[in-house]
Design a protein around this ligand. Structure first.
Ligand SMILES: *Cc1c(COP(=O)(O)O)cnc(C)c1O
Length: 793
């Protein structure tokens, strides 16, 4: 397409929303929809639906006319009202329009790329730069060939600075992103091994990534990254080097600045250094840095789900509040909602988040209503940017809403509370939540999904996720919902009751039940559960009950399953009747997949399984699917992934040494210090006087005990918890509800401080070792009193 046509189209569509996802409509009549062919869905298929929602402008592929089955859904007359722009590649037009839009602005544009940390640094930068500038930032992790043009399209006259992230997986992609972003400065976070396959070699990949910064004035890189420094110099770009020192100092181009960085895991700390360096170079002064940098938090705490005081669910998201953050929060609430009803309590939306600059009042509400339509049942607005209009409840201040909560919150439902952080709508979320025991098990659903994908990518097999024992303590419904949405094909539980919980929670995937006695088959049928059977007799009963079943073969675990001498009876039974559709899978369980010392045994198990399976398959009309591998099996014996694998502990980023580098710890058990006091040398602490003090000591009390799952074996100094300023040993015995720790050596520790029992920077293995057990037992032992809090990045 020529420059001329792009500029003419730009003039026509510059005030339109560019949309590629039919669920993201906010102003149908001002929408230009790009029908992109995708792997699973084709944008063209959504055109009739979009037309009925009011969209009239579509960019389609040249050959679109040859798709009658889609066109057929609209009448001739309707098609005549639609404006169809036929192009060879709709994506190329989207990119060209965005590039043209970018050229209209003469402001600093910062581009971020690198293998890791792009999104977190971008979000942190947006947070800090907003103290001084009106910032336009990519939403979430919009960094792809599609995400970048959509991000750049958000640039508006009122913006003073922009921060965009860019990610590539193949040679040639960066040049297109460069042409759209045209950065004036940049940040390169790091070069990792992701997407190596898309490039001929490392150096080529490195150069390609840095080509984003063509024409930029400076690009921030870690001083340790000497390769990037060299390549940038060769390209005539100033490398702005930064180096953090122990979380206390930052050197930017050799100027040292004293900043207290927050206590973050190492990988996040590197991101915080990068954020501070770029913010400083972009004009944020030192005193602002000193006050803002310590507030940086991993954004996983952004979207939080808690139990409501009426038995419902309260989701709090007090991160930025623009339309796309709101859309993401609603997506999350809709997928996690176990109830019929969803209420949204909405604070002030950021200026500039509406597509028409200066949109106010009625037009703004319409845009919002379109986003909520069909997904949110009740809208309650808070703050002065809204008028008290008909059709929804409105409160001028958070205080006014707090005073009225009792009338509003009467039955269990999901309530999404969404405001910008300065409004402190978290007070409302707190008031709506069940009063909390101060010990929380935090599950980062983003990390959970990431880990799921690490395993999913590593084998060519369907994923069965093991959500038995309340998903290893994490909470079966939220875990199962998150993984069902991420692409899990089947679920597995230990007992029929656990399966029923999943069905009641609305999960529709096939559910395998490992331990279902024949007496429960009736209930299995009602709940559509698929029991595992271990005897020919049960097979007959399951068939009579109309159940699909899984056959477990015992190959060395010696626990459940058909043993070698049961096999003849099984084959006999299978031959006698038509069992074809009944057998949903055949599997075995490995006893020591994690341990190299037993690899001979493990291979023997697999051979035994193969032989048994061959006999079974021979008497069935079609060979049923097979599965053998648990977490460590997937990592260590991927050649035997067969049709399915069964993933458990690895979902939480633990228990699998071979993938430790790629996984993200998803669980954190945290509590708070309730009290601190001094005790003289020679005195004692706790039951049995087992905490003998040999010096003047400072003792802190934690509201967590063995009833919460902190094993008593971890007491008497055998375990150290992590405080904000270092680790501290337990002192004396762990009690049922409380634990004492010795903080004499940590004078900065205060009552109210958070304490981590295990988490990303304090591995669960430490606690497991102190208690002479394994992480599985620690996780599944965490008591029901401990609140589960779910977060999403
Ligand atoms: C629990 C279980 C798994 C999952 O094991 P992980 O080590 O947690 O991955 C797989 N298969 C069976 C039969 C199980 O009981």
């Amino acid at each position: 397409m020529t420059e001329y046509t792009i500029s003419a189209l730009y003039t026509k569509y510059k005030d339109f929303d560019l949309v590629v996802d039919s669920r993201r409509l906010t102003r149908p009549e001002r929408t230009l929809f790009f029908a992109l062919p995708g792997e699973r869905t084709d944008g063209h298929d959504f055109i009739p639906e979009l037309f009925r929602s009011g969209v009239r402008h579509f960019v389609v592929m040249e050959n679109f006319g040859a798709r009658p089955q889609v066109q057929g859904e609209l009448s001739e007359e309707q098609w005549a009202q639609a404006s169809l722009l036929r192009v060879e590649r709709p994506l190329a037009l989207l990119q060209a329009l965005a590039a043209h839009h970018r050229q209209q602005f003469d402001i600093p544009v910062l581009a971020i790329t690198g293998s890791n940390g792009k999104t977190i640094v971008k979000d942190w930068l947006a947070q800090i730069l907003s103290r001084r500038f009106n910032v336009c930032a990519s939403p979430r992790s919009f960094n792809s060939q599609i995400g970048v043009p959509l991000s750049v399209w958000r640039l508006r006259r009122e913006h003073q600075l922009a921060v965009f992230e860019a990610g590539v997986s193949e040679s040639g992609e960066m040049a297109r992103l460069e042409a759209i972003i045209k950065p004036t400065c940049g940040l390169f976070t790091m070069l990792g091994s992701a997407h190596d396959a898309g490039f001929p070699d490392r150096e080529t990949k490195h150069r390609e990534k840095l080509s984003l910064f063509k024409g930029a004035e400076w690009v921030a890189v870690s001083a340790d990254d000497t390769d990037s420094v060299r390549l940038l110099r060769m390209a005539d770009i100033h490398p702005l080097t930064y180096l953090g020192v122990e979380g206390r100092f930052l050197e930017v181009d050799e100027e040292a600045i004293r900043i207290d960085f927050p206590d973050l895991p190492r990988i996040y700390l590197e991101n915080a250094y990068a954020t501070a360096a770029v913010a400083y170079e972009s004009g944020i002064d030192k005193s602002t840095l000193r006050s803002e940098i310590p507030k940086l938090r991993p954004l996983s705490n952004r979207l939080e789900q808690r139990e409501g005081r009426r038995g419902g669910v309260v989701i709090n998201d007090s991160y930025s509040n623009d339309l796309s953050a709101l859309a993401a929060a609603i997506d999350f609430a809709v997928t996690q909602n176990p109830f019929e009803h969803l209420t949204l309590i909405l604070g002030t939306l950021q200026p500039g988040s509406f597509n028409q600059p200066g949109t106010r009042g009625r037009a703004q509400m319409t845009e919002l209503e379109q986003l909520l339509a069909g997904r949110v049942d009740r809208l309650i607005t808070v703050g002065e940017s809204y008028a008290a209009t008909d059709g929804h409840l409105h409160y001028p201040t958070p205080e006014a809403l707090l005073a009225a909560l009792d009338e509003l919150d009467t039955s269990p439902e999901t309530i999404l509370v969404k405001g910008a952080s300065y409004e402190r709508l978290d007070r409302i979320a707190d008031a709506l939540s069940r009063k909390q025991h101060q010990t929380l098990l935090r599950l980062d659903l983003t990390a959970l999904r990431h880990n799921f994908q690490v395993y999913q990518r590593s084998v060519d097999a369907g994923m069965i996720v093991m959500v038995k024992a309340s998903a290893y303590g994490g909470g079966s419904l939220p875990v199962a919902r998150a993984l069902a949405a991420a692409g899990a094909e089947r679920l597995a539980v230990a007992y029929p009751d656990e399966g029923r919980t999943l069905r009641e929670g609305g999960l529709l995937l096939p559910i395998m039940v490992l331990n279902a006695e024949a007496a429960t088959f009736g209930r299995c049928a009602t709940d559509k559960l698929e029991p595992v059977v271990h005897q020919a007799r049960d097979l007959r009963r399951a068939r009579a009950a109309g159940l699909s079943v899984h056959l477990e073969i015992d190959t060395g675990m010696a626990r459940l399953g058909f043993q070698a001498d049961d096999l003849d009876a099984l084959i006999n039974e299978l031959q006698n009747e038509d069992y074809g559709p009944t057998i949903a899978s055949v599997f075995t369980h490995l006893a020591a997949a994690e341990d190299q010392a037993h690899d001979g045994f493990t291979r023997g198990q697999i051979e035994t399984f193969d032989a048994a399976y061959a006999r079974i398959a021979a008497v069935l009309p079609a060979p049923p699917p097979r599965h053998v591998l648990n977490t460590n099996g997937i990592s260590r014996f991927p050649d035997f992934a067969y049709e399915f694998v069964r993933l458990g502990i690895g979902l939480y980023g633990i228990g699998d040494a071979s993938k430790a580098d790629e996984l993200r710890p998803a669980l954190r058990l945290v509590t708070h210090i309730t009290r601190i006091y001094d005790r003289p040398s020679g005195s004692s602490v706790g039951y049995g006087r087992r905490g003998k003090l040999s010096r003047q000591s400072r003792i802190a009390v934690l509201p967590v005990g063995y009833a919460d799952g902190l094993p008593r074996l971890a007491g008497e100094g055998r375990f150290r918890v992590k405080t904000v300023s270092g680790t501290a040993p337990t002192v004396g015995s762990i009690c049922m509800d409380m634990t004492t720790i010795d903080v004499t050596d940590l004078p900065a520790v205060r009552a109210g401080d958070e304490v981590t029992l295990f988490g990303p920077n304090h591995p669960i293995e430490i606690l497991a070792a102190a208690a002479q057990t394994i992480p599985y037992e620690i996780l599944t032992g965490i008591g029901p009193r401990v609140h589960r809090v779910y977060s999403e990045e």
